[in-house]
Design a binder for this molecule. Structure first.
Ligand code: FAD
Ligand code: A2P
Length: 381
């Protein structure tokens, strides 16, 4: 399948935006020396990361060229038998008999100006709860279910943000990207900790060595189809919805796996509030630097940018900007994934419908075709 690729022209456009931001320019070129094994989930420490300035827009240039090979040395992973199964593992551990895993690390991964807190949490499952990229774990927070006295809390699902090899590349850990659910009293506008989200607060407050009850892995809808290494994957995320894509992209660009090299196009559209709320940005930009022909990365900063109507710049506005290319890629068989806020789906559907109508196409027909062809993957919460 021919995918739209950005070669030399794209590199040029990135260089132009970098040159206008010296600190970012430095950060990207510094990242060349990074060893993924040193601090695998991030190229810089959070403090270092958040003191770096990020330009408000990273737009991929529109250009056509032939696919390029994926560049840069890759990280060795083990155990390779994790590639052998024909079907993904499913619900190995159930709510009645969860697996007790151990917290390895909890790291705040957003800057001080991000609205709210998001943490990257690495969990040691000892290789006992294997999963595939795009699946979720369930977490049972400690304590009693307020609605069923004496019973444990209900399971909360979290998309896994690492590949099956985990952030230490040994198949023994899984990482989650968790946004702390904080409850603000609508009358006073003040936080009411007694009503804060149970599980997200438990996870974000946990410490290395703490035990965590997990279930799963769950879900098939967001598994990465890998039959065609030259396929196009268009990934749409708001906030923590970026988690499964971090796994996909590591598998495509970072890890050395016994699979045909990824020669297609991965295109990530990410919607977050502001620069401080960007997640895994350094890692993604490293892929952009190393694989300009195979990766595109477009960001919508809702509280720092305006859309063409003067409203908030949401991820659907970014998609609209590139709608001709997106529609062409979908017609050519691209997979499209949506993950994150449930609230984004109506806006996205409206946008796609408007674009389709402008092209003289009927969105409902197009959508049912995408679903029938298994090109359409949605996991929103
Ligand atoms: P809960 O205790 O369940 O509370 C839910 C909300 O209600 C909170 O916002 C809380 O502030 C509010 N609330 C609590 N008590 C009251 C009250 N008395 N009155 C009014 N409001 C109240 N989340 C992520 O962060 N990252 C992910 O990668 C992720 N992946 C997911 C994948 C799937 C497939 C699904 C279904 C969900 C996913 N989620 C993810 C969401 C996650 O499962 C939880 O729903 C989320 O973390 C909130 O759980 P909690 O226990 O913290 O909040
Ligand atoms: P905003 O909060 O400025 O309205 P969150 O940080 O809550 O996970 O949200 C991630 C991003 O998704 C934020 O930029 C948020 O914008 C944006 N967002 C909120 N509602 C929608 C929506 N209906 N459609 C698309 N994006 C949305």
């Amino acid at each position: 399948m021919a995918a739209i690729q950005c070669g030399v022209a794209f590199q040029g456009s990135v260089a132009a935006s970098l040159n206008s931001d010296t600190s970012l320019h430095k950060s990207i070129f510094k990242s060349k020396k990074i060893s993924y094994t040193e601090k695998p989930w991030m190229s810089f420490s959070p403090m270092e990361l958040k003191t770096k300035k990020t330009p408000s827009r990273y737009q991929s240039a529109i250009c056509m060229s032939t696919p390029q090979a994926v560049g840069s040395a890759k990280v060795s992973v083990s155990p390779l038998h994790l590639e052998d199964a024909k079907e993904p593992p499913l619900n190995t551990y159930k709510p009645k008999e969860p697996y007790t895993a151990t917290i390895v690390s909890v790291e705040r991964v957003v800057g001080p100006k991000a609205p709210g807190e998001t943490c990257h949490i690495v969990i040691d499952h000892g290789g006992n709860v294997p999963y595939w990229e795009g699946q979720s774990y369930g977490v049972i927070p400690p304590g009693e279910n307020p609605k069923k006295p004496g019973a444990p809390h209900n399971v909360r699902l979290y998309s896994i943000a690492s590949t099956r090899y985990g952030d230490s590349f040994d198949g023994k850990t899984a990482s989650l990207c968790v946004r702390r659910a904080v409850y603000y009293d609508p009358e006073t506008g003040k936080e009411d900790p007694s009503k804060n989200g149970v599980c997200s607060n438990f996870l974000c407050d946990s410490k290395p060595g703490d035990k965590v009850k997990i279930t799963g892995p769950a879900g098939k809808i967001m598994l990465l189809p890998e039959e065609n290494p030259n396929a196009t994957h268009i990934m749409i995320a708001t906030g923590t919805g970026v988690a499964p894509y971090r796994g996909y992209l590591r598998r495509m660009f970072m890890e050395s796996i016994p699979k045909p090299k990824f020669t297609g196009l991965a295109w990530l559209f990410l919607g977050v509030a502001n620069k401080d709320a960007l997640l895994y940005d350094e890692e993604f930009r490293k892929y952009l630097e190393d694989n300009p022909g195979n990766f595109r990365y477009d960001i919508a900063l809702s509280r720092e940018e305006k859309n063409r109507n003067g409203g908030k710049m949401y991820v659907q506005d970014k998609i609209e900007e590139y709608s001709d290319e997106v529609f062409k890629l979908l017609d050519e068989g691209a997979h499209i994934y949506f993950c994150g806020l449930k609230g984004m789906m109506p806006g996205i559907q409206d946008t796609l419908k408007r674009v389709a109508e402008g092209r003289g196409e009927k969105w409902e027909d197009k959508l049912s075709k995408l679903k029938k062809n298994k090109q359409w993957h949605v996991e929103v919460y």
